[in-house]
Every structure is written in C-alpha cells, then in structure tokens.
Design a protein. Structure first.
Length: 305
C-alpha cells in the first residue's frame, strides 16, 4: 500500500511539473518582409542561445512572412535571418518566462556576387557554431575568423568568435572580438556583459563597471547585471554601492543564492548580526552544495555563539 501511495505521489508531481513546463518557456515570433513591406516566405530563422550554443532552433517563415518558435528557455538569443537573394540580418533578443518576444524584420536585396560571399560566410558561421557545440574551439575560431573576412558586417560572427577565444583562455583576443561585435550592435546586452566579465578578470574593475552599467540599462530586470555590478563595486572598495546592487539582484530574483551570500557578508561588516544570519541561512537553503557553503556555515556558527 505504501509503495503504491509513493508511486501515485510521484505521478502527481511529474504531471504537475509537465503542466508547468510550457509556462516557464517563452517564444519568439514575428514577420519578415522585403524593403517595400512585402512578406517574404521561406526565410530561414536560426535562433542560438548566447550562453549555450547547443540550445539552437531553426524555423522558416510561411507565405505571409510569419514565423513562430515556441519552447524557448528564458535568456538571450542571437536570431539570424537568411534567404537567397537577400542580405542576412542578425539580432539579439531576450526571451522571458511565459512571454512572447516580437521581432519584425526587413531584408534588403543584394547582387548575386555579394550574395555568394554572404552565403559562404553564413555557412562558415554555422560550421563554427557546430564546432563550438562539440567543444572543438580551435576549429570554431578558424571558421568564425573566415566568416568575418567574407562578411565584416555581422556582429554575431565577432561575438561567437569572442566566446570561442574565451574558451581557449585567450582573453585579450576575446576582448577585441567582443569590441568589434559591439561596434556593430551597440544594443547587445551580451556584448556589454562579456566585456565587463573579461575586464573584471583582468583586474580592470572601473572599466568593467562601465560595461556592466550599460548592460543593466539595456536589461533593467536582469539580476545578473546587478550582481556583477555588486562584485566589481566590492573590488573597487565601494561596499555601500555594492550592497545596493546585491539587494537589487534579489529584488528581481528572490532565489539568487550568490547575492544572499554577498549581502550576508556585508551585514557582518555592518555589525548587523540578525540580518547577516538571515541572509546566510537563505544562501545555505538555496545552495547547500555551493563552493562558499562551507564558509557560510562557519560564519553562521560564529554568529550564533
């Protein structure tokens, strides 16, 4: 009887999770037209996660130029539009939980010779993406570099080159690639975020802060941007400013474990023991296996004496 009850509970939990799944995922949809506003059919729309290249989707527009891709996990994505006879376009969008992200695009016609070059660049870009997905970063770098030679107007080529260089530990080269991407797309959250991260690892905290601030302006409801600002502010010795950024992060995402850890340690410095305990306990509740969990446990033991 007990075993059957456990099985029923498992089934109920599983069904409950399955029912919730569609409400967590978002979608990207829109319309693609030519420069005169006429709908374009059979445009290939490739959607690649800016954080995880293995998270990739591909869909084509219908006769009305419309496209829809559902089942997309929240985050930032590169969206590439390509069709024979037209110059490809690349955009960055943020997909939110259970929301639809709209993207309406106009493609410009190109001459046949130009099209051949652009088509070859796109093929190299997709080849590089496949290498990156397999962990073959040197091959990915080579393919992305070749793509930028054939078409130097696509920010996504440089951005993905930067990601591959980052994987190879070539920080200075990755910074150069991200900077090139940013020149072509000054509204890219991911470019600002990656540059902030690379500069922070170089110990250039003031410069990193500038890029993280821009990232937070572009995406004011993204907790990572404020957490990163908190970290660089801490390294610059601006504890009070860092404290505000960490609070902002948990205000946006109430299960942001690392931010609670930082808030707890700042409360210790403020000699506010009760608040320090509260935030460190929250951190332990959310991330008991975190690398800082051992330190947090020791701090709690000391604070509770």
């Amino acid at each position: 009887m007990m075993a059957r009850k456990s099985f029923l509970i498992f089934c109920l939990v599983f069904l409950f999770s399955m029912n919730l799944w569609p409400y967590v995922e978002g979608r990207i949809e829109g319309v693609v037209t030519d420069s005169e506003g006429n709908p374009l059919a059979k445009v290939t729309v490739t959607i690649i996660s800016s954080k995880m290249s293995s998270r990739k989707f591909q869909v084509t527009t219908n006769k009305n130029g419309k496209f829809t891709q559902i089942g997309i996990w929240p985050g930032y994505y590169q969206v590439i539009f390509s069709k024979s006879g037209f110059a490809p376009q690349s955009w960055e969008v943020r997909v939110s939980i259970s929301e639809s992200t709209r993207l309406d695009v106009k493609l410009e016609k190109v001459q046949e010779a130009v099209e051949r070059s652009l088509s070859a660049a796109d093929k190299l870009f997709l080849k590089g993406s496949n290498f990156f997905e397999k962990g073959q970063y040197e091959e990915a770098i080579s393919a992305f570099k070749e793509a930028t030679v054939l078409n130097a107007t696509q920010w996504g080529y440089y951005f993905n080159l930067g990601l591959a260089l980052k994987k190879m530990g070539e920080r200075e080269a990755s910074i150069e690639a991200f900077q090139e991407a940013l020149k072509l797309n000054q509204k890219s959250y991911s470019c600002y975020n990656e540059l902030g991260e690379a500069l922070a690892k170089n110990g250039e905290y003031e410069k990193a802060k500038t890029f993280y601030l821009k990232a937070s302006e572009l995406s004011p409801d993204d907790p990572d941007a404020f957490y990163n600002l908190g970290v660089v502010s801490t390294n610059l010795g601006n504890t009070e400013e860092a404290f505000k950024f960490f609070l902002r992060a948990v205000g946006i995402q109430d299960d942001y474990a690392e931010a609670y850890y930082q808030i707890g340690t700042i409360y210790i410095n403020k000699a506010q023991t009760a608040e320090a305990i509260k935030n460190l306990e929250k951190f332990m509740e959310l991330a008991p296996e975190h690398p800082n969990a051992k330190i947090a446990k020791q701090l709690l033991e000391y604070l509770k004496k």
